[in-house]
Ligand binder design. Structure first.
Ligand code: G3H
Ligand code: 13P
Ligand code: ZN
Length: 330
């Protein structure tokens, strides 16, 4: 049993309390490798932002849970070395079983998500409650989920979303004891969040998605005032990355995300954590494709992963400063 406290990590409790009071959101960035971790920490140190490092089941399979945890531990020291100690949460993204959550808690994670959103309401309550009991005994924070996001959540994929039902949230929070709640108000995972037929087109022919259901968010806030809400599927799919990827041989069609002004509005509400993964994937892919296209003789991974890391860092700084509002809050 390893406590996250011995690793220099923190749970999300104080971060969410401050984010709620200050009307901003904590960035939750997924990481699978060293370059992503470096970009996240560099961006957070330069902007003095707290951060949640997220590990999905896919990341555990790809990189190995042990290596990722040591990397998160290293991230705390790396931040200090860069000149500013930022609060770092190590969070399990979309945990799908009690055993997985327990394994992460026992191994030094400071926060876990138990995603029971694909189960019946009662099964979701029972599973989430079980995780909360174990996690709280170790001072680890827990995120639950009500409502289903369209798109792929690790191995679970849903074609249609089911909006969170505000009438369930109070009961769910009281019965489970969760510290935060992920909700479904129209975001979804991946780079193709909406079908073209769901969107309109602006003057430049760019797809404009339907707005998020802020009415549902407001009703949830009314029912559980001051409670930390989490937004998954919050990438905005910057069209400049899509254009660069397609210019240099990619084939991303109809990629569309959540407009940043809607995320800014969410960050100023009870939304205290905003999850971004796909935008980072696009930034890295665009940078790598550009190097490969312009320098076909290049074969040193540092020469394409380096620019990818730089691009990722700029993306994260932009999100922190201009979208989430967490700069200077570390
Ligand atoms: O929720 C989905 C995250 O973007 C993680 O994706 O399961 O491919 O690592 P992944
Ligand atoms: P995106 O696919 O929109 O980046 O969402 C990531 C996410 O919700 C991770 O849990
Ligand atoms: Zn998610």
């Amino acid at each position: 049993m390893i406590s996250y406290k011995d690793l220099g990590l923190v749970n999300s409790k104080d971060l969410f309390r401050n984010a709620m009071a200050g009307k901003y959101a904590i960035p939750a960035f997924n990481f699978n490798n060293m370059e992503q971790m470096q970009a996240i920490i560099q961006a957070c140190v330069e902007t003095k932002s707290p951060v949640i490092l997220q590990v999905s089941s896919g990341a555990r399979k790809y990189a190995n849970q042990t290596l990722l945890r040591y990397m998160a531990q290293g991230a705390v020291e790396y931040a200090k070395e860069l000149g500013f100690s930022v609060p770092v949460v190590l969070h399990l993204d979309h945990g799908d079983s009690f055993e997985l959550c327990k394994s992460c808690i026992d191994f030094g994670f400071s926060s876990v998500m138990i995603d029971g959103s694909h189960f019946s309401y009662d099964e979701n309550v029972a599973l989430t409650r079980k995780v909360v009991e174990y996690a709280h005994a170790h001072d680890v924070t827990v995120e639950g989920e009500l409502g289903v996001l369209a798109g792929v959540e690790d191995e679970v994929s849903a074609e249609h979303h089911t909006y969170t039902r505000p009438e369930e949230v109070e009961d769910f929070v009281n019965k489970t004891g969760v510290d935060s709640l992920a909700i479904s108000i129209g975001t979804s995972h991946g780079a193709n969040k909406f079908k073209p037929e769901q969107c309109s087109r602006n003057a430049e022919g760019v797809l404009v998605p339907p707005p998020l259901r802020f009415d549902i968010l407001e009703e949830i806030e009314r029912r559980i005032p001051g409670f930390a809400i989490v937004l998954h599927g919050a990438s905005s799919v910057p069209q400049e990355y899509v254009a660069t990827i397609n210019k240099y041989g990619g084939a991303l069609k109809d990629a569309v995300g959540i407009p940043e002004e809607q995320l800014r509005r969410a960050a100023a509400s009870a939304v205290c954590k905003i999850n971004i993964d796909s935008d980072g994937r696009l930034a890295m892919t665009a940078a790598v494709r550009e190097v490969f296209a312009n320098k076909p003789g290049e074969f040193d991974p540092r020469k394409y992963l380096g620019p990818a890391r730089d691009s990722l860092k700029e993306l994260y700084k932009h999100k922190i400063v201009n979208v989430l509002g967490s700069a200077g809050k570390a």
